[in-house]
Design a protein around this ligand. Sequence first.
Ligand SMILES: NC(=O)c1ccc[n+]([C@@H]2O[C@H](COP(=O)([O-])OP(=O)(O)OC[C@H]3O[C@@H](n4cnc5c(N)ncnc54)[C@H](O)[C@@H]3O)[C@@H](O)[C@H]2O)c1
Length: 262
Amino acid sequence: MDLSGRRALVSGGAGGVGYAAAQALTELGATVALLDVNEAACTARCEALERARAGSAIPVVCDLSDEAATREACRTAIETLGGLDILVHSAAFVGTTNLPGWSAPFEQQTVAAWDAGMRVNLTCAFVLAQACRAALAASGRGSIILVSSIYGLVGSDPSIYDDTGMNRDRVIAYSASKGGLAQMMRHLATLFAPQVRVNTISPGGIERAQPALFRERYAARTPLKRMATEEDFKGAFAFLASDLSAYVTGHDLVVDGGWTAW
Ligand SMILES: NC(=O)c1ccc[n+]([C@@H]2O[C@H](COP(=O)([O-])OP(=O)(O)OC[C@H]3O[C@@H](n4cnc5c(N)ncnc54)[C@H](O)[C@@H]3O)[C@@H](O)[C@H]2O)c1
């Protein structure tokens, strides 16, 4: 598997999963534009990638809530990279996003928070796809990877959150946005074919300092008996970005240790 000469734009590249995607792609030879609203983290992540291989990463700081800024960031990335072969959309409002009315008991979740989360998680995937389509088509091997979630596929199990201090109601807008991404992927896959392939990755829960009781319950309910690590997703990104998946489009690659298998 070789991605030498390929150019990628990774949204949410300063975050855990986005950075894992960037690592997977750059380790295989690609050059990556890391797009994130968090300037300090974005710069630090790029510096780390640059230390591993000089010339492998550039930061693109952008708030994806802003449509004009998003289109401008895509133009900048495509111009700087000299084209585009791979687009990864990993940026998202997640369960731990600190926004009033977001991760709250169901009755306290607000339309304002719903709109803000939908904007970054779902609407902006549409904007990114629009802004990058021509460059990806010109590449001759364009690949779009949207990061969904098991909660875009199945309902959450509230009981595993009981007595952990975590929000057992989870975030309805998050699940709806991830289900929406999966369907956007199918629509784009048929629309952008044959020039550009479009797929999703649906990760399972990543272990990140959650309360021990939650981690134990999650692991017990997972056939592979553990939560995910960021490392677990690198193979899926590499596969969907590369020619190994040249005949794969419209597919949701679930990487969840078997969570959704029963
Ligand atoms: N962590 C998990 O357990 C898990 C499970 C399933 C799916 N996922 C998905 O993986 C993806 C990444 O999640 P993560 O856990 O790495 O989260 P994370 O919070 O580490 O990363 C998300 C990144 O998105 C960026 N971002 C947020 N709003 C933005 C905006 N307006 N403009 C630009 N960038 C913005 C953040 O700054 C952050 O760097 C998400 O799509 C998430 O839904 C995560």
